[in-house]
Design a protein around this ligand. Structure first.
Ligand code: FAD
Length: 486
């Protein structure tokens, strides 16, 4: 697999890394613990959206916290930057390394350390794939509720580092709400063991929360203790047609009251997004013949043994129809029908890719402001790019809209994409005006560094910079992410 570092400088171009550091890292980690092979590096340097090109010449695969600590210490002494990488599914270029930086990927640290059914906790190494954690919880009749489209390949360390959101936030919160403790390797190689099963601990600043959402800029998360929940025994899933986004908010408020806050997912889908899925995603079936400008997919769950959620959902939909909040609805009556509804929702990003170029915004506003955001955003986008095709969808129950736009039918892809930053600024201005956030769940990475500086309170930028300088004074952990590189 891995090619050794050549010492014959006439045969190969010089490495952008000190040869003695490379040799020590190789000796420390052993043959399975590193690669400089072009084929291996290609996949680790690739960023799915193609906006950033990685240029790392070395990727490390440590097998333990001690090995991570040694690598970090060696790089810190040598002044070489390390870029932590999980499943490389992030949307903001956070796990992309420049030439002269080294990637450190935790894929080999994938052990489930402990599942405690009395404390309702699970402790895992940071390289564990999210889907495996969900499965392990389920095997113990428990639930780990974090759920997102990339769950088959993202790592829990990456989920913590980006404070990932996903489909169940409305019920269980985002990653930050699901973590009790973390183990972190700091910039100089010190290990902070903050693993804990405590639900209450008021002993000073919350360091755990400092590392969650820090995108690899403050430390490398090597393990974590997660909260578990009773596994739902019943669920009901419906697909609903509506005339307006306002109607979706009325439905949401009604659903919260009628179901005793049992909503596990409440996803808004525009007609355009719905049609794209039916056009591009194989085997997707139209669940409702009613043509409507908007749809909502709603799922309710319960862990109580005798709940009849089908009746609860039917009652909710009847009341929503009576009140004029919705125009039609259908309930999934089998696993296959439910899977079809989820395929329609989760197929949207892939379907949009097949439709051509798209400009994306992962934004949030107070739930009550979602209709204003969509109305004002679409009007402004049409003004800037006539013929643009808005494709809003997302976790409307959390005020988090993936406010995407597909290219006009007759415009070359490149001409459209050249307007990415201008359109971003238009939409982000509206978001800011509505008291929202320019990054609801994907983070800042390198994609939104300038946008953060533009929109954040200067006091916040000063605090972020001061924290980074205090914890990583040599700037050797993921430089240039979140905070601008000097
Ligand atoms: P990576 O992409 O490898 O890294 C992301 C960031 O975390 C980088 O800055 C990296 O340096 C840092 N990092 C990674 N591991 C560590 C570690 N151990 N210690 C410190 N820093 C680390 N996100 C959502 O929030 N909600 C969604 O619904 C959602 N849906 C998605 C659907 C699809 C199809 C895809 C491709 C992505 C989706 N994402 C979503 C984005 C992405 O999956 C998440 O951001 C995920 O949490 C990233 O995990 P990862 O392991 O792939 O991290």
């Amino acid at each position: 697999m891995s090619a050794p570092v050549s010492t014959d400088t006439t045969a190969t171009p010089p490495l952008p890394l000190p040869a003695d550091l490379v040799a020590t890292l190789q000796a420390t980690l052993g043959p399975k613990g590193w690669s400089m092979d072009a084929g291996v590096l290609e996949s680790h340097n690739r960023e799915a959206r193609g906006k950033f090109a990685g240029a790392a010449k070395m990727v490390l695969f440590p097998a333990s916290t001690d090995e991570v600590a040694t690598c970090v210490r060696l790089c810190h002494i040598a002044g070489i930057a390390l870029v932590p990488q999980g499943g490389n599914t992030g949307r903001c270029g956070g796990a992309v390394a420049k030439c002269g930086q080294i990637l450190i990927n935790l894929a080999r640290m994938n052990q489930i350390i402990d599942i405690d059914a009395r404390d309702f906790t699970m402790t895992v190494q940071a390289g564990t794939i999210l889907h495996r954690i969900q499965q392990a919880a389920s095997d113990h009749d428990l639930l780990f509720p974090l759920s997102l489209g990339a769950q088959g390949s993202c790592q829990i360390g990456g989920n913590l580092a980006t404070n990932a959101g996903g489909l169940n936030v409305i019920r269980y919160g985002n990653t930050r709400d699901l973590v009790l403790g973390v183990e972190v390797v700091l910039a100089d190689g010190t290990v902070w063991n903050g693993l804990s099963k405590l639900r209450k601990d008021n002993t000073g600043y919350d360091l755990r929360d400092l590392f969650i959402g820090s995108e690899g800029t403050l430390g490398i998360i090597t393990a974590c203790t997660l909260k578990l929940f009773p596994r739902p025994r019943h669920l009901a899933t419906a697909w609903v047609a509506l005339g307006s986004v306002d109607g979706a908010l009325d439905l949401l408020a009604l659903a919260r009251r009628e179901t005793g806050d049992a909503i596990a997912a409440f996803e808004l889908i525009s007609r355009f997004a719905h049609d794209l899925c039916l056009r591009h995603i194989q085997n997707c079936v139209n669940p409702l013949q009613t043509v409507a400008p908007w749809y909502v997919m709603i799922e309710i769950t319960s862990s109580r043994p005798h709940d009849d959620l089908t009746s609860v959902m039917e009652g909710l939909l009847e009341r929503a129809l009576e009140n004029g909040f919705i125009t039609d609805a259908t309930l999934a009556r089998s696993d296959a029908q439910r899977a079809n509804l989820w395929a329609l929702r989760e197929g949207i990003p892939g379907a949009q890719t097949r439709e051509g170029g798209s400009i994306k915004h992962d934004v949030s506003v107070p739930v009550s402001s979602v209709p204003a955001l969509i109305e004002r955003g679409i009007a402004q986008a049409h003004k800037r790019i006539p013929g643009i095709r808005p494709c809003p969808f997302g976790h409307v129950g959390d005020g988090n809209i993936h406010f995407n736009f597909s290219q006009p039918e007759n415009m070359p892809r490149e001409t459209f994409l050249a307007q990415w930053e201008d359109l971003n600024r238009d939409i982000h201005d509206i978001v800011a005006d509505l008291g929202g956030s320019i990054s609801a769940e994907h983070g800042i990475g390198q994609l939104k560094v300038e946008e953060l500086v533009h929109y954040a309170d200067p006091a916040k930028i000063r605090l972020l910079t001061a924290i980074k300088q205090a914890i990583d004074p040599k700037n050797t952990l993921n430089p240039g992410k979140i905070i601008p590189d000097k």
